[in-house]
Ligand binder design. Structure first.
Ligand code: MLT
Length: 262
């Protein structure tokens, strides 16, 4: 079932009486990247996967986004759907969002899964890269930008795979204003690094072994700062670990979910 909450397109699967999971996608994708997780977990869990503002089927509006606005949207969804103690699963940009939402109100959640992400704010080099990306999308178009960016997210040989062409197709169909807005939100986000030792909920930190954007070493250091966090490396996967190796990703998620008390 698909509903709208303040312009956000929210997809719901499974029984509301089951324990909840909220999936938050990465950039420049949409909720479809969680297809393999939804398929696997909707029988036993109430799965919610939405499109971040400006992406997928969600409203674009003015396109002037911040991570705070993205976190507000998540809180609105939880409130409107009366979701009780979900496990929050965020990948990369979705992880930045999940980390900030946790920092603002971790009591809302039963646990966290931070996938292929990190807690730091952008340094100057990254800010300048994002500024160039915004300019490039404006002047040369989203298609060209997406064609250059997506190979950084996947294993080198993945361009022959169906999931890669599907991700590229969806990315190039995004509203360029929304994609630029997501860049703005990431560029202006705050660091959540100092908050990590204060996380009191069960946490899984998971990363693709070949992830070049958020490498395993960076995520291992992140996991070490979160009390009791589990750290898992997914083989045969780069930055899009749930898409590239859903079997191993799902097994780690299943194992983690069993340990989370509701
Ligand atoms: C993502 O996968 O969400 C992006 O690579 C995150 C980023 O650009 O920092």
């Amino acid at each position: 079932m698909q509903i709208r909450v303040n312009g956000i397109s929210v997809n719901i699967y499974g029984l509301k009486t089951n324990p909840a999971i909220i999936f938050v996608h990465g950039f420049p994708y949409d909720h479809n990247m969680w297809e393999n997780q939804i398929k696997r977990f909707k029988k036993d869990y109430y799965c919610v996967a939405y499109d971040i503002r400006g992406l997928g089927k969600s409203a674009v509006g003015c396109g002037q986004f911040t991570m705070e606005l993205f976190a507000d949207d998540l809180f609105d969804i939880i409130k409107k759907l009366k979701i009780k103690k979900p496990v929050l699963v965020g990948l990369s940009m979705g992880g930045y969002l999940a980390l900030r939402a946790a920092e603002r109100n971790q009591e809302l959640f039963a646990g966290f899964v931070f996938a292929d992400t990190h807690p730091r704010a952008d340094d100057n080099v990254s800010k300048l890269k994002r500024s160039s990306a915004i300019a490039e999308i404006e002047s040369k178009g989203l298609k060209r930008y997406a064609k250059n960016f997506l190979p950084l997210c996947f294993l080198p040989d993945s361009n022959r795979k169906r999931y890669y062409s599907e991700a590229l197709r969806r990315a190039t169909k995004q509203n360029p204003k929304g994609v630029k807005g997501a860049q703005l939100a990431m560029l202006s986000r705050t660091s959540t690094e100092e908050f990590l030792p204060e996380i009191k909920k069960p946490t899984l930190v998971i990363v693709g072994r070949e992830d070049k954007l958020t490498p395993p070493q960076v995520m291992k250091e992140m996991a070490a700062k979160i009390p009791g966090a589990e750290f898992v490396v997914v083989p045969n996967a780069a930055h899009m670990s749930p898409v590239e190796n859903p079997e191993v990703f799902n097994a780690a998620l299943e194992n983690f979910l069993k340990q989370v008390e509701r």
